[in-house]
Structures are given as structure tokens and as C-alpha cells.
Design a protein around this ligand. Structure first.
Ligand SMILES: Cc1cc2nc3c(=O)[nH]c(=O)nc-3n(C[C@H](O)[C@H](O)[C@H](O)COP(=O)(O)OP(=O)(O)OC[C@H]3O[C@@H](n4cnc5c(N)ncnc54)[C@H](O)[C@@H]3O)c2cc1C
Length: 488
């Protein structure tokens, strides 16, 4: 897996935490959400510490499409239906504000992250989807949002109905995050390769424990680890569903200032990228729940074949990540326990939602209020129709959980992958090209789901909540905070 954004530009890791410390505000996670929080708090006069389990900026954000847009599929009518027009407009405001924030940060700090303005297009090739477009267009019309409707995309790609808007952007998310990390290094303590394993309430502050048993005592904690590591409070694993999405890219002659998304089942996403005169075309498809289509080779095959068929391009880059989907299409940003904040559930729009998390959470901490506090309130009430969505999420994950517990071997495994009970422990064995056996526990430490083997990346992946581990059992992605190494 090779992200087009990171290439060979990986930063050197900052030192890891090697002692117990105290601070006013601890930020756990240095992706777009955590670094945005840190950026907004950097001049507050508070003593701030940020920790990341690897190197800031190397999480999900640097494996995404790098779109910064308020036109997020046909979302506004959906939110209007779920809630009301005011809520949908407030969400629109938040996304536009996030785009402004990124533009201002880039300008003020002279950041070079290939930020450029684009037109945004949402299209369908399926007449059955026309009704969804009619509803969204009605929302645009009634709220004076500028748009155009055509039947043709600005590139050769089959479409029947296209909605076009202005004022979206694209950027290189990794360059953006590593520049922010650099700015913050002078303003606060940042510890990398420092994994948080637990957050416990003390008498006046939180005690945050790292994998090396060091304690960070902090009055305020912001959990911006993409997927919060805890199960309670607020039961995030039961209120969200994880979706995967796949991308390919390669060099092309020219680039265009456009970004495209389909509203169809294939969920196609496209954009160009211009890096110092080199042009790339990025194509994404196959958004699906992590508990479905377990064999990543199918996704790889489909996307590379479609890339070839539609654009006559061979994929130089193949990369993918996942995101948390919420039951009402609105993220979960804010306080879940006194002085404990979360930023998650970005519904595959984390470049804007992670950015606005920084503004919302810093406003809540410093001013005790935010224009968006109620909109994103992670403790917001649930109506019957929302409970229906949550039930569906849990049905999907629950079904997968049970099926994996009953069938030890996936039907797609070959003789290089073996699931076996060793001394009463369910283990996964991968036999590499040199015939070496890599033995790990096959149970995810997070919620005990059985892991499945990913032949493309050579990883063990959790189909329930998307924790991922390498073949030697090292954690790559949470929500698990533990490895799956076998000790003896
Ligand atoms: C394929 C795909 C394409 C997408 N494209 C777009 C797009 O074009 N535009 C858009 O707006 N959104 C997009 N998204 C969504 C977006 O990528 C995510 O919403 C966003 O990256 C999440 O940001 P984050 O800061 O929460 O997580 P991350 O970027 O993953 O950051 C979390 C950080 O926390 C650290 N961490 C994790 N656990 C711990 C721990 N226990 N202790 C310490 N640190 C920890 C990690 O190392 C990481 O650095 C896309 C999603 C997918 C799946």
C-alpha cells in the first residue's frame, strides 16, 4: 500500500515519552483532528501535550483523497430529512468555515501543500437516483446555493445527471499535516511512538496511561485518535459503522481543477493532483462496510480493472483507509464526560470535519461555547429513526462477529494462511515467501472479533471495527491499543 501523498517524504519521529508528566490539556492523536485542535489551542497559554502512537500525519488522513469540500454527495437533503433545514444549513456553514480555516492557515504560514480551488461535481449514471438529486437541488434552490445541472462530466465518464458547484478545494493532506506539526513543535511538547492505552478519571484530572506504563496527568483530554480507544462512555462502537474505501493513482499528462463524486452504489471519486509540474489522476471506488467483502484482493482487482478500462491507466499507487460513519450523517465532536472531548465519526469527510473539530473543541475549552456545539454534540438524543440505523449497524457487525466465530477459515484463504488453536488460543499463521511462519493471536484485543487476513497489504484486519496489525502482530490502526503478538 503506497499513499500518493506520503511518497518518500516521511518525517523523522520525535522522541517518545519516557517519564510521567503533568499538563493542562492532552491531545491524543496527531491526524487532522488532533493537529487542528492543537493549532487552535497553541497560543492559549495552557500547557499542552500531544501524543501520537506513530508519527503525526501518518494516520487515515494521509490515505484519503485530499478533497476539501462542502459538497459532500447529496448530504443536505438527508440532514434536512433527519432533522430540519436549520440543522442542514448549520452543517453547511461548518464545512465552509473549515475550508476557510485551512485556506487561512495555509496563507498565514506560507504552507506548501498543493492547495487549489476546484469545481465540485456529484453525478449519477442511474435514473433511479434522480429523485435524490431533485431533493438536493430543491434544498440548494430554497437556500440560495449556486449550482448548475448538466448531463455531462468534465471528463470522459458515463453519467446521466450531474450537479456542479464552485468553491471547493483539493490539497495534499500529508504536506498540510507535516507543516502544522512543524509549527506546533515550537509551541508544545509532542511525543511520538507514544501509544495511549487507557484514560482514567482521577480526583481532579485524568490519568492517561501509555503502553510503556507512563502516566500523563491532565485536566483536559482530547481524544482525536480517529477511533476512540474506549468502549464506554457513549458506546461509540455501537453507534457508528466503519466503512472502507479504495484509491488508485498514476501520472497523467495534464490535470484539471475538478473533483468528482458519484451518488451511485460504486461510489466513484475522482480528482487530479499537480505536484511541482507532475500531474496525477486519482480514482476511488468500492465504499463498503468493513464487515462486508473481506477479501481486499477483490477490491484491488475491481478498482485496477476499472481504472484501466475507463482511463487506460495502470495503477502506480494503490491505497486505502476507513472512516467511521454515524447514524445521522453528522460527526461526533465535543465533550462526552467532564473535560473529556472526542472528535470522530466524520462520514468520510474528515478534512473539513477534522478541521472544524479544532475550532469547536478549542472554543468549548477556552470560551465554554461554540456555534456548532449542539450540532456536533456527541451526546445528542436519539429518535426512533436514528435507533433504526444504529440497529442496522449492529446487525451488520454482529452478523459478521458470529459468522467469523463459527467459521475459523475464510473461504478465500489458501495454504499460506492457517487458523489454528495452539495451547487453547486461537492463532493466525501466515507463511511468507521464504517459508517463515508468522504466528499471532487471531483475536482483536478491542472487542474480541476474529481477525481476517488481508493478502494485499499482508496484515490482519478486524472486520468489526477496523483495527489492523502487521504479520508479526504490531498494531497499525486502532481502536485496539494492544498488539496481537504471541509471547511464548
Ligand atoms: C479512502 C478514503 C478517502 C477519503 N477522502 C476524503 C476526502 O477526500 N476528504 C475528506 O474530507 N475526507 C476524506 N476521508 C475521510 C478522512 O480521511 C478521515 O475522516 C480523517 O482522515 C480522519 O482524521 P483523524 O484525524 O480523525 O484520524 P487520523 O488521520 O487517522 O489521525 C489519528 C491519529 O491518532 C493516532 N492514534 C491512534 N490511536 C492512538 C493511540 N492509542 N494513542 C496515541 N495516538 C493514537 C494515529 O497514529 C493518528 O496519527 C476519506 C476516507 C477514506 C476511507
Amino acid at each position: 500500500m503506497k499513499s500518493i501523498w506520503i511518497g518518500s517524504n516521511k518525517e523523522m519521529a520525535l522522541p517518545k515519552l519516557n517519564k510521567n508528566i503533568k499538563c493542562d490539556i492532552l491531545i491524543v492523536g496527531g491526524g487532522i483532528a488532533g493537529l487542528s485542535c492543537a493549532y487552535h489551542l497553541k497560543d492559549s497559554g495552557k500547557n499542552i501535550v500531544l501524543i501520537d502512537k506513530s508519527i503525526c500525519g501518518l494516520g487515515a488522513t494521509s490515505y484519503n483523497t485530499g478533497k476539501l469540500t462542502w459538497m459532500q454527495d447529496l448530504i443536505y437533503h438527508k440532514i434536512e430529512k433527519n432533522y430540519d433545514t436549520k440543522t442542514a444549513l448549520l452543517y453547511l456553514d461548518s464545512q465552509r468555515e473549515a475550508i476557510d480555516i485551512v485556506n487561512n492557515i495555509v496563507k498565514e504560514n506560507n504552507i506548501s501543500c498543493d492547495l487549489s480551488k476546484t469545481k465540485a461535481y456529484v453525478f449519477t449514471d442511474n435514473e433511479n437516483n434522480f429523485k435524490n438529486f431533485d431533493n438536493e437541488i430543491m434544498f440548494y434552490k430554497e437556500n440560495n446555493i449556486k449550482y448548475k445541472v448538466t448531463d455531462k462530466l468534465p471528463i470522459e465518464y458515463s453519467s446521466k445527471l450531474v450537479l456542479e458547484t464552485d468553491n471547493s478545494f483539493v490539497f495534499n493532506p500529508y504536506k498540510y499535516l507535516s507543516s502544522i506539526r512543524k509549527i506546533l513543535m515550537d509551541k508544545m511538547e509532542i511525543y511520538e511512538n507514544t501509544r495511549c492505552v487507557s484514560i482514567d478519571m482521577g480526583s481532579n484530572s485524568y490519568n492517561v496511561k501509555t503502553i510503556d506504563d507512563h502516566i500523563i496527568e491532565s485536566k483536559v483530554v482530547i481524544v482525536a485518535s480517529h477511533y476512540p480507544m474506549f468502549i464506554v462512555p457513549y458506546f461509540i462502537p455501537f453507534k457508528t459503522e466503519v466503512h472502507k474505501f479504495f484509491l488508485v493513482g498514476s501520472k497523467v499528462d495534464k490535470s484539471k481543477n475538478i473533483q468528482i463524486l458519484s451518488n451511485d452504489k460504486s461510489s466513484v471519486s475522482m480528482r487530479y493532483y499537480n505536484d511541482k509540474g507532475n500531474n496525477y489522476f486519482i480514482y476511488g471506488r468500492n465504499s463498503h462496510s468493513s464487515s462486508k467483502h473481506l477479501d481486499v484482493r477483490d477490491d484491488y482487482l475491481e478498482i485496477t480493472e476499472e481504472y484501466k478500462k475507463n482511463f487506460n491507466l495502470e495503477a502506480e499507487y494503490f491505497f486505502h483507509t476507513h472512516d467511521l460513519m454515524t447514524y445521522d450523517s453528522i460527526p461526533l465532536i465535543g465533550e462526552i464526560k467532564p473535560n473529556l472531548y472526542i472528535a470522530t465519526g466524520f462520514n468520510k469527510w474528515g478534512n473539513t470535519n477534522g478541521t472544524i473539530s479544532g475550532k469547536v473543541i478549542s472554543d468549548l475549552i477556552l470560551k465554554n461555547d461554540s456555534k456548532y456545539a449542539e450540532l456536533f454534540n456527541p451526546k445528542r438524543g436519539l429518535s426512533l429513526d436514528k435507533i433504526k440505523n444504529i440497529t442496522l449497524f449492529n446487525f451488520n457487525v454482529g452478523t459478521r462477529y458470529i459468522r467469523n466465530k463459527i467459521n475459523s477459515n475464510m473461504s478465500y484463504y489458501d495454504d499460506k494462511v492457517i487458523i489454528k488453536n495452539i495451547n487453547g488460543k486461537r492463532c493466525g499463521i501466515y507463511i511468507d515467501e521464504k517459508n517463515n511462519k508468522h504466528i499471532v493471536s487471531n483475536t482483536c484485543p478491542h472487542m474480541k472479533c476474529n481477525l481476517v487476513f488481508n493478502y494485499i497489504d499482508k496484515t490482519w484486519d478486524c472486520p468489526c471495527h477496523a483495527s489492523r496489525f502487521d504479520i508479526d502482530g504490531n498494531l497499525i490502526y486502532g481502536p485496539s491499543v494492544y498488539d496481537i503478538k504471541i509471547k511464548d
